[in-house]
Ligand binder design. Structure first.
Ligand SMILES: Cc1ncc(COP(=O)(O)O)c(C=O)c1O
Ligand SMILES: [Zn+2]
Length: 365
């Protein structure tokens, strides 16, 4: 089996596996639903199968939303071709742990992906599903990293691409996106304006907007970080996770990944305590968490951490709920703390990251 439907997170209505993302009954977001019964039973065999899989996210194909179902040579050769993502290093960071006064800290270095962020995971999944659904054009609304990834994946697959970004993004990011030969559209406005424009365009054009009409498939790619971390830790969950939060998709899907594997008995442990990190200059989720609300009031971003500058986060309420349910938190850190976080991580681990990742080390200190 594998994926069986797209299901509304609010009212549970099921939809077919097309390019839908919103429930027509209640406007709730749609999420991939699976049947994993065929994977129950011989856990040692399932672990062996995963370990014998490719050195990229497709080793977790049983848990990803492609209609191909079981990974077979032909399915892999067609839909799953393109730019491989995942299988990035999990680094034991003892010097960072010491500086933070913590017992054991590991850093998942997703800058080792082809375009240097975890977005290659979500785009790999969305692009593969876009091809299965017959789309010829890949598109996205981006705060920077997604634009790079969509442009690169489209190039690798020989697809046309359109990426929409706020006009004030960092020059280096814009340059990096342009090199892949995409159609780069700068929009005068915030990411939330860009996202609104793309939502309208997705109704008019026959394009696969990875984070709009293909969002339920795209979001599933983030689960592969949870699978990898668990596999790299020796088939167990970490006690705590600290992750950056923009739309809240990565943060919430990490938990989904751990839960799926715990339910199958594939890993030992419990759902980790989940901590999220935002920049004070754009922290609607942290503000809602601190104030005890469920609703994230939209904000206008003002921060150097442009890749996380989403003022109206699609998965914000689910992120707040997750932090509370697991006894975690969503914290906001200042731009100075983000700069210090970049330095701290680099000095103690040798990993030089951009602002989004530095947020997580800043929020630990
Ligand atoms: C490097 C990096 N990490 C994390 C995120 C958070 O993504 P999400 O929208 O899934 O919360 C982003 C978003 O752009 C990002 O660029
Ligand atoms: Zn609904």
């Amino acid at each position: 089996m594998g994926i069986i439907s797209l299901s509304c997170r609010e009212c549970g209505t099921d939809y077919d596996l097309g390019a839908h993302y919103v429930c027509t009954r209640c406007f709730g977001p749609l999420e991939a639903r699976y049947d994993h019964d065929h994977l129950r039973g011989d856990i040692a065999e399932l672990r062996r199968r995963i370990q014998a899989g490719p050195q990229n996210i497709w080793r977790y194909a049983d848990f990803l939303p492609l209609a191909g179902g079981q990974p077979g040579p032909s399915a892999r050769a067609s839909s799953r071709a393109g730019l491989p993502a995942g299988c990035t290093p999990l680094i034991r960071a003892d010097r960072l742990a010491e500086r933070l006064g913590l017992g054991e800290v590991w850093v998942k270095n997703d800058a080792a992906n082809p375009t240097h962020s975890f977005k290659d995971r979500v785009v790999s999944v969305a692009a593969a599903r876009a091809r299965e659904l017959g789309f010829e054009v890949l598109a996205c609304a981006s705060t920077g990293n997604l634009a790079n990834s969509v442009a690169a994946h489209a190039a690798a697959l020989g697809m046309e691409s359109y990426v929409f970004i706020p006009a004030d993004l960092e020059e280096q990011k814009i340059l990096a996106t342009g090199v892949y030969g995409t159609n780069l559209v700068k929009v005068r406005g915030t990411y939330d304006d860009v996202n609104r424009l793309c939502t309208e365009l997705s109704g008019e054009r026959d394009w696969a907007f990875v984070n709009v009409n293909l969002r339920p498939y795209y979001a599933e790619g983030s689960k592969t970080i949870a699978y990898e971390v668990a596999e790299q830790l020796g088939w167990r969950t970490p006690d705590r996770v600290v992750a950056p939060v923009a739309s809240g998709s990565l943060y919430t899907k990490l938990e989904k990944g751990f839960k799926e594997w715990l339910a199958l008995g594939l890993i030992d442990g419990d759902v980790p305590v989940m901590h999220g990190a935002q920049a004070a200059g754009c922290s609607p989720v942290a503000q809602a968490f601190a104030a005890g609300h469920d609703v994230c009031r939209p904000v206008r971003p003002d921060t150097i951490a442009k890749s996380l500058a989403i003022g109206n986060p699609a998965d914000g309420p689910y992120a707040v709920e997750l932090a509370r349910r697991t006894g975690g938190s969503v914290e906001a850190v200042s731009d100075d703390e983000v700069r210090d976080g970049i330095r701290l991580l680099a000095e103690t681990t040798g990993v030089f990251t951009e602002t989004a990742a530095a947020r997580t080390s800043a929020s630990c200190s």
